[in-house]
Design a protein around this ligand. Structure first.
Ligand SMILES: CC(C)(COP(=O)(O)OP(=O)(O)OC[C@H]1O[C@@H](n2cnc3c(N)ncnc32)[C@H](O)[C@@H]1OP(=O)(O)O)[C@@H](O)C(=O)NCCC(=O)NCCS
Length: 189
């Protein structure tokens, strides 16, 4: 049975193994440690376990009224069964609990699964930075925001155009510092 629980230091090794499997720009062990060092002050990290095996993890940073989804990962064999959404919902719930009024994240514009996950959860694009992810320089990250009040006013395109147009927009200075998720360096505490 799958359960969510707090990410503890002894999960780093298994998380790092999954990280390497899932991300071309995988976080190092040191990055995991650095993130966990800020729990609980400005970070909230969870793992998903199935019969004792780590099959996913996710992390949130909250500073002031702004939350940033730092990472979400689900093991390939467990994907497509709602776990990513479950992890995301748990992060959003924690953000609300901590008083965040805005949730931001960055995602590669070519990451169809993640884009689908975030869009279905109500996120919208608010900006784009070109050639942000390296190596390659061809991928541009999307910045999305789940703040309901801003959602309608900032919606620039019809949903059907969302994927195409997410590669055509500009930059949102409010999240310029927020590096992460697929994945720049962690947001400063
Ligand atoms: C992105 C990721 C976390 C999604 O996890 P998941 O457990 O497979 O997602 P879920 O099963 O909860 O699906 C959530 C929604 O996204 C959609 N979705 C998930 N994968 C999809 C895919 N490959 N193509 C299209 N839609 C997809 C689902 O249909 C679902 O929508 P629905 O509830 O309306 O049906 C997972 O694919 C993953 O770990 N990818 C590699 C790491 C990564 O890219 N992380 C995100 C970094 S920004």
């Amino acid at each position: 049975m799958t359960m969510l629980r707090r990410f503890r230091w002894w999960d780093v090794e298994a998380a790092r193994a999954l990280e390497t499997e899932l991300f071309p720009d995988a976080w190092s062990v040191e990055t995991f440690w650095s993130e966990l060092a800020h729990v609980p002050e400005t970070r909230h990290y969870l793992v998903a376990e199935d019969d004792g095996a780590l099959i996913g993890y996710a992390g949130l940073a909250v500073v002031g009224n702004q939350a940033d989804v730092q990472t979400i990962a689900v093991a390939p064999a467990a994907q497509g069964q709602g776990l990513g959404r479950q992890l995301l919902d748990a992060l959003l719930e924690e953000g609300r609990r901590r008083g965040a009024t805005e949730v931001l994240l960055e995602v590669r514009a070519d990451n169809e699964a993640a884009l689908a996950l975030y869009r279905r959860a109500g996120f919208d694009r608010i900006g784009l930075r070109r050639a942000y992810y390296q190596p390659g320089g061809i991928d541009a990250p999307d910045l999305v925001d789940a703040q309901p009040d801003r959602r309608e006013s900032q919606r620039e395109h019809h949903d059907d155009d969302w994927h195409r147009n997410c590669q055509l927009s500009g930059h949102h200075p409010a999240v310029a510092h927020a590096g992460h998720v697929s994945r720049p360096s962690p947001m400063p505490s």
